[in-house]
Design a protein around this ligand. Structure first.
Ligand code: NAD
Ligand code: TYD
Length: 340
């Protein structure tokens, strides 16, 4: 590994991975390739902006010509793909971009890798491809039963990866991460949305009864798991990456309010998300057994740090909460919160 293309590296988890890798591997050249959609943000990469082993190229992973040009120019030998449309609620409002990026985009990356003889292809996937599980834990060999257009498009991308490994012998690997939180997360997902809304004493719209369960993973643990799999996974393998910290949404919400010293009266129970998965849960058995990897971060400490980060970095999120963000907020929450 010498020249790594990190697609989607200006997003939340991708940028955490890039900041980590640039520092840890001064001998690698890290080239971020990102379309800079509403969720992509070069501010996320400011801490390493001047690092000699970092470059940025703007482009769409579904644009074959540009992907090929960038891979050739930088003599790319490894691709790590974070690029995706990632928000379930947006996928319910309009699935089109999800199929474009999460299915077609993945195919274009794979095809480029095959044509140019790129040695390694790691893909960042999600626990949502399995669907919901009332009890117990999903393992990597379980069937995929995705329920939202987001989850379905991520599962579609994974199927292409499987085919490129089996048919063409491409050295692929996949990690399926659980709900990730931490600094620099676009304020539409539960944690950063509720933290930033609560700072402004605005209502927190909790879907349904708030008793859905997610397994919370700190972003630095997620980045380290991907580094581990990238260097050690045998060809064609898939690994779950869970936070091993299940919580009901209402309890995450209460913790955020407590950390901000805000009242629980900010909570509003609103109309549920259609097709809302009740519970996600994974076993990390394979990551633990193969590589000795386990999440290192204590959940409460990490959430405390995250809340403090949003308090200290209003410059980062206040400018995001305008324009397109407000349009989306109105579509998603306008009716839900009216009269509440
Ligand atoms: P994000 O929405 O913060 O960032 C996505 C990035 O991809 C942005 O920088 C965006 O500009 C870029 N992008 C989108 N479409 C593109 C395209 N067509 N071409 C090039 N770049 C494009 O997402 P995230 O939360 O950092 O998630 C990163 C990856 O991790 C995704 O593949 C997601 O499915 C997966 N994942 C996320 C979570 C989570 O909880 N956030 C959990 C498990 C897995
Ligand atoms: P989210 O951050 O969108 O992640 P995902 O749906 O991919 O797990 O949501 C996490 C949980 O929080 C999920 O059960 C939906 C719920 N949720 C709300 O109750 N209200 C909200 O406004 C949002 C964004 C999420």
């Amino acid at each position: 590994m010498k020249n790594i293309l990190v697609t989607g590296g200006a997003g939340f988890i991708g940028s955490a991975f890039v900041r980590y890798m640039v520092d840890k591997y001064p001998d690698y050249n890290i080239i971020v390739y990102d379309k800079l959609t509403y969720a992509g943000n070069l501010d996320n990469l400011l801490p390493i902006h001047d690092a000699p082993n970092y470059r940025f190229e703007r482009g769409d992973i579904a644009d074959e010509t540009t992907v090929e040009r960038v891979c050739t120019t930088h003599e790319i030998d490894t691709i790590v793909n974070f690029a995706a449309e990632t928000h379930v609620d947006r996928s319910i409002l309009d699935p089109h971009a999800f199929v474009h990026t999460d299915v077609v985009g993945v195919y274009i990356l794979l095809e480029t890798a095959r044509r140019l003889g790129i040695e390694r292809f790691h893909h960042v996937s999600t626990d949502e491809v399995y669907g919901s599980i009332p009890e117990g834990f999903f393992k990597e060999t379980d069937p995929l039963e995705p329920n939202s257009p987001y989850a379905a498009s991520k599962a579609g991308g994974e199927m292409m990866i499987r085919a490129y490994h089996v048919t063409y012998g491409l050295h692929t690997s996949v990690t399926r991460g659980s709900n990730t939180f931490g600094p620099y997360q676009y304020p539409e997902k539960l944690a950063p949305f509720f933290i930033t809304e609560a700072i402004d004493d605005r209502p927190l719209p909790l879907y349904g009864d708030g008793m859905q369960v997610r397994d919370w993973l700190y972003v630095d643990d997620h980045a380290m798991a991907i580094d581990t799999a990238l260097h050690q996974a045998p060809p064609g393998e898939i690994y779950n990456v869970g936070g091993e910290h299940e919580m009901h949404n209402i309890d995450v919400t209460r913790l955020i309010l407590k950390l901000l010293d805000k009242p629980e009266t900010l909570i509003r129970y609103v109309t549920d998300r259609p097709g809302h998965d009740r519970r996600y849960a994974l076993t990390n058995g394979r990551m633990r057994q193969h590589f000795g990897w386990a999440p290192q971060t204590d959940f409460e400490t990490a959430m405390k740090h995250t809340v403090q980060w949003y308090r200290d970095n209003e410059w980062w999120w206040r400018k995001i909460k305008s324009g397109e963000y407000l349009e989306y907020y109105k579509r998603q929450y306008g009716e839900r919160l009216a009269g509440n």
